[in-house]
Design a protein around this ligand. Structure first.
Ligand code: BGC
Length: 754
């Protein structure tokens, strides 16, 4: 019997109808899925059931060999498929076939404001995962950007629930179209990294449902995610990996999630809670995330021997167990048992093209001012840099030569290639002399998680010498391109900790200021997943936000600098001038308050629903952010016309469509993202001034005008009523605000809800 099932599985394709009739139900594809699951479950022993609900190695859990269910392999996620580690250790396995394409980090994807890019991302990643034999990708991450210090914001999709929702759905669908499960993470309220295992988040039901849950809900209900990862932190004093409210009530009961809840690695802490409160598959216990280890601890998992013993002693029936196993079996049928799935492929040219396209679509031109030059008008915008006219470019900054696909924690990759910014610029600006000055020393680590960084970052010179070199070379350059920012080292956009300060780290500010004194033609290209204080902003004519963009970083950056690609990314978060413009900091609620026993730190989200632009909109008087949510410039100009609605009044069952003409009024082709915000005119209770409810990115040739339509339903007007636990909307007047950022509203239109 042991080998029979395997043989049956292998030869299913050539069965005659008669033979097919003899198939056990669980293998018979003509039978409904749930019937097959019931049949498989009825054949499993207690040992087999216990085995499939916890890990057997760092990243795999067992199937049911006797019945022909293969092992399940998971892997990080979310920006590429992580290299293999040893069976029971975090050390790299040293495989030679696990180099991957590194896709841009998810902040960049969100900055494309382009759901088609998210679909492409998911599909491409799915193909890489398939080739590597991975069934579950541990991603995407959709925790809301609540503070710019958040160590993992680069892995997430920004501050706005609607934007993150619209981007996560196609990612999940694209990935799963390849038969690879998405494991959406970290559910929920893992909005900062500091003390992530001890933080108990206190948040109103309203903020939970309006801000922190929508993207997860969309991933589950619209994207059909097959798995979700519980977060490390606590909510209502219970860890999120076994949280009664979060998992049983909201996820499974209210949203009807039929997939598998996977614990974050080391996020499970208690057998009883894990049994009762919705955890289905335990991973990483005794590993404390990425550091501490206990060899072969798998039998000691909370859902292993202890659970089995409790069932044997009658402390539990198999009710909860059977529910968990059913879910795991469903995941098997969706992934490992799925027939006719493609083979997948790794590092194909089409994956590199996808990575490049997404990067180019997500790079944000934050500022582009005029500088004196030799042109007839005497002045023109510093960017793009003309590749034929420019004689010399000085590239400054460690980030021009530092690999960014390594570092940052579990999303670190072994990229087959990573084009560094300096190399990308050299390749694109062939007729110019390209000089380089490091400018400052940030992170000199030579290898991370078993991957050696391409170039040596060893440095013996003093800061004074580095500054002097940069200034000296800058004096002689036509243009200076400073490539700086953060770098995914500890405390600089990295898992496990938040940034300690909002300031630009290392000596970067000092070097920028010194260069400006001798050459004002400076472009600052910022590499990060977070906003950073830019004290010299008024003096630097051009600033580009280039994220952590993966394998094709150098080419993507150079193509934007040269104007081959007209930038069209838009910020997925508000870029504050200083931390006190951010609600989490202005209310003093970050990082929280330790309880007297120092075991739990309570973090109360006092800014409530007023996250990001919802906060700065209210506090206009306290100064403007450096760049608003949704901001991003172009090398062309756009004009939005008058907005019209298809009705003046809408009812609960109606939808309302707004139409607005958008024209490219400049001289190069480019894309603009039209953003629709809704504002309630006289709300009875508190409401944000406005909230994003729809958007569309449109590509236009010079002189072209297109009519853009954006449709909303009643849910776009609703707010969550914490008292009743329902979404509700009151009759009254609303306003549609259409613009190109949260602060650039070009057209308005009043309508009523009756
Ligand atoms: C991270 C997860 C990751 C897991 C496995 C954890 O420390 O929080 O995001 O998927 O490790 O590497």
């Amino acid at each position: 019997m042991k080998h029979l099932a395997l043989t049956i599985v292998a030869s299913l394709g050539c069965l005659s109808p008669l033979q097919a009739q003899t198939l056990p139900v669980y293998l018979d594809e003509s039978k409904p899925l749930e019937q097959r699951i019931d049949d498989a479950l009825s054949r499993m022993t207690l040992d087999e059931k216990i085995a499939v609900i916890h890990a057997q190695s760092k990243f795999s859990s067992p199937g049911v060999k006797r019945l022909g269910f293969p092992d399940l392999w998971t892997d990080d996620g979310p920006h590429g498929v992580r290299p293999d580690v040893l069976w029971d250790e975090w050390e790299q396995a040293g495989q030679t076939n696990d180099s991957c394409v590194a896709f841009p980090a998810l902040t960049c994807l969100a900055a494309t404001w382009n759901p088609a890019m998210a679909r492409l991302y998911g599909e491409s990643l799915g193909e890489e995962a398939l080739y590597r034999g991975k069934n579950v990708i541990l991603g995407p991450g959709v925790n809301i950007y609540r503070t710019p210090l958040g160590g993992r914001n680069f892995e997430y999709m920004g501050e706005d629930p609607l934007l993150a929702s619209r981007m996560v759905v196609p990612y999940v669908q694209g990935l799963q179209s390849k038969g690879v499960a998405a494991c959406v993470k970290h559910y929920a309220l893992n909005n900062d990294e500091e003390y992530r295992h001890q933080v108990n988040v206190k948040v109103s039901d309203r903020a939970l449902h309006e801000i922190y849950l929508p993207a997860f809900r969309a991933a589950v209900q619209e994207g059909g995610a097959w798995a979700i990862m519980g977060a490390y932190n606590l909510y209502k004093d219970q860890h999120n990996c076994h949280n009664e409210v979060m998992l049983n009530k909201i996820l499974k009961q209210d949203w009807g999630f039929d997939g598998v809840v996977i614990s974050d690695w080391g996020g499970c802490h208690d057998t009883d809670e894990a049994v009762r409160n919705g955890l289905d598959l335990e991973f990483g216990t005794w590993t404390d995330g990425l550091t501490m280890g206990k060899t072969n601890a798998y039998d000691a998992y909370y859902l292993a021997a202890a659970y089995k013993q409790a069932i044997r002693e009658g402390r539990y029936t198999t009710k909860e167990l059977d529910d968990k196993v059913r879910r795991v079996l469903r995941l098997f049928y969706r992934t490992t048992m799925r027939r006719n799935k493609p083979v997948g492929f790794l590092c194909s040219e089409s994956h590199y093209e996808a990575a490049l396209k997404i990067a180019q679509d997500g790079i944000v031109l934050l500022k582009n001012a005029t500088v004196p030059d030799g042109s007839p008008s005497g002045k023109r915008n510093l960017l793009p840099i003309n590749p034929t006219e420019t004689r010399s470019i000085l590239v400054v900054g460690e980030n021009a030569i530092k690999m960014m696909t390594v570092g940052g924690g579990s999303s670190s990759l072994k990229a087959q290639r990573e084009i560094l910014p300096l190399d990308g610029i050299k390749a694109r600006f062939k007729s110019a002399t390209i000089d380089y000055a490091r400018g400052y020393v940030g992170d000199t680590v030579q290898s991370y998680n078993g991957v050696t960084v391409g170039r040596s970052l060893y440095e013996t010179r003093s800061q004074a010498e580095l500054t002097a070199e940069a200034v000296d070379k800058a004096r002689r350059a036509d243009v200076v391109v400073f490539i700086g920012g953060l770098n995914k080292s500890d405390y600089q956009d990295c898992e496990g900790h938040d940034r300690k300060s909002y300031d630009m780290p290392y000596a970067q500010n000092e070097v920028v200021e010194a260069i400006l004194k001798v050459n004002p033609r400076l472009v600052f290209v910022n590499i990060s997943g977070n906003g950073i204080a830019l004290p010299w902003l008024s003096k630097v004519p051009a600033v580009v936000q280039a994220w952590f963009i993966g394998s094709e970083a150098g080419e993507a950056i150079a193509s934007v600098l040269a104007g081959d690609v007209n930038p069209s990314g838009k910020l997925p978060f508000t870029w504050y001038a200083s931390l006190d413009q951010c609600g989490a900091h202005a209310t003093g609620s970050y990082p929280g308050t330790w309880r007297p026993d120092h075991r739990v730190i309570d973090e109360e989200y006092r800014e409530d629903i007023f996250v990001g632009y919802r906060w700065t909109d209210r506090l206009k008087a306290k100064g403007k952010p450096l760049f608003p949510f949704g901001h991003g410039l172009s090398y062309t100009t756009f004009k939005l016309g008058r907005v019209t609605a298809d009705k003046v009044s809408m009812g609960a069952a109606d939808s309302l469509t707004f139409t607005i003409p958008v024209s490219n009024t400049g001289s190069v082709a480019g894309a603009e993202t039209v953003q629709l915000y809704i504002s309630e005119k006289q709300p009875k209770g508190e409401r944000p001034v406005k909230e994003l409810k729809a958007f569309r990115k449109v590509f236009l040739n010079p002189g072209e005008t297109r009519l853009i339509s954006l449709t909303i339903g009643k849910e776009a007007l609703s707010h969550y009523d914490g008292a009743t636990g329902r979404w509700t909307v009151s009759p009254g007047a609303f306003e549609a605000l259409v613009g190109t950022s949260a602060a650039d509203i070009a057209a308005r239109c009043i309508f009523t809800f009756k």
